[in-house]
Design a protein around this ligand. Structure first.
Ligand SMILES: Nc1ncnc2c1ncn2[C@@H]1O[C@H](COP(=O)(O)OP(=O)(O)OP(=O)(O)O)[C@@H](O)[C@H]1O
Ligand SMILES: [Mg+2]
Length: 279
């Protein structure tokens, strides 16, 4: 058997309760998933289902209370801060919010170049690499002189993607990377991510609540519901003829442009809701 790039098995996460009488609660109840090299695994589910928590555990930003995370065949479940910094070379992240994820005081050139210099690149080497990265994400070279506020949301996400690509990672966790963008910008940024994957072979763990977005980029899809994965399969199968009733409800809840189809879906959704206990 070949080893997956990322292998998550029976992952559990408990968040401490906050405030008076609050109790710790488990939000992931044993999540198992694999991501292969150059593959996109889409994680879809409703708000609060635990999607971000899965990504944060993979990034080492929350401590699993059970289960195991292997990356390139090595157990990375409990990383020390030092190990986490070393792994950042291989596992990167793009977050949802293009407005808060970039330091507003730094030029794009510094945002992209400083980590490279910290990793040992010469200032000249870093500048050349910044030019390459900007080109890879479809931004002009003179973007490096400018500040984040001079860019649109879509362009800022391109900068965030360039920053994630900078160390040449094997895996990028994308947490709702296009959810703050308008529809046509979403499509362009998603196409860019697919194109980058073709060129670099990077794998994505791609989190979104939006089935259309997930379908656009994923090879396989896992559906999370209340901290459990209820279904995993090829993207077109899971997003068109899903097996699990929860995925069917999620699919029927996605808006469509056609009003007749929209009404049919509403009726089907009501029928399913009447047949199953509320999720
Ligand atoms: N730091 C935290 N402390 C305590 N509870 C948390 C924390 N972060 C998330 N939770 C809870 O964990 C559950 C899962 O949250 P998570 O952010 O993973 O969901 P999500 O699927 O990403 O939702 P969304 O689509 O809204 O981003 C939720 O019930 C949430 O309230
Ligand atoms: Mg989230």
């Amino acid at each position: 058997m070949t080893t997956a790039l990322l292998d998550v098995s029976d992952l559990r996460v408990v968040y401490p309760g906050h405030g008076f009488r609050a109790r710790p609660h488990e939000v992931l109840h044993g999540v198992t998933l694999q991501v292969d090299e150059s593959e996109t695994l889409g994680i879809v589910g409703e708000s609060g289902s635990g999607k971000t928590t899965i990504g944060r555990a993979v990034l080492g930003l929350v401590r699993p209370t059970g289960g195991r995370i292997d990356f390139l065949g090595q157990d990375i479940t409990h990383r020390t801060p030092k190990e986490r910094r070393a792994l950042a070379r291989y596992i990167q992240v793009v977050f949802q919010d293009p407005y808060s994820s970039l330091n507003p005081a730094l030029t794009i050139g510094d945002i992209l170049g400083e980590p490279l210099v910290v990793q040992g690149a010469s200032p000249r080497g870093a500048r050349a690499r910044v030019g390459e990265l900007l080109d890879q994400v479809g931004l002009p070279t003179d973007a490096s002189e400018r500040l984040p506020r001079e860019f649109s949301g879509g362009q800022r996400q391109r900068v965030a993607i360039a920053r994630a690509l900078a160390p040449g990672p094997k895996l990028i966790v994308c947490d709702e990377p296009v959810s703050a963008l308008d529809l046509s910008t979403q499509a362009r940024v998603l196409d860019l991510l697919v194109d980058i994957q073709r060129r670099t072979g990077v794998a994505y763990l791609f989190v979104s609540h939006d089935l259309a977005v997930i379908r656009h980029v994923s090879h396989r899809v896992s559906v999370v519901h209340g901290g459990d994965i209820v279904e995993t399969g090829p993207a077109d199968k899971v997003t068109s003829t899903p097996e699990h009733p929860y995925t069917r409800r999620l699919l029927l809840a996605a808006p469509v442009a056609d009003p007749v189809e929209q009404r049919r879906r509403r009726e089907e959704r009501q029928r399913l809701a009447a047949a199953a206990p509320p999720a």
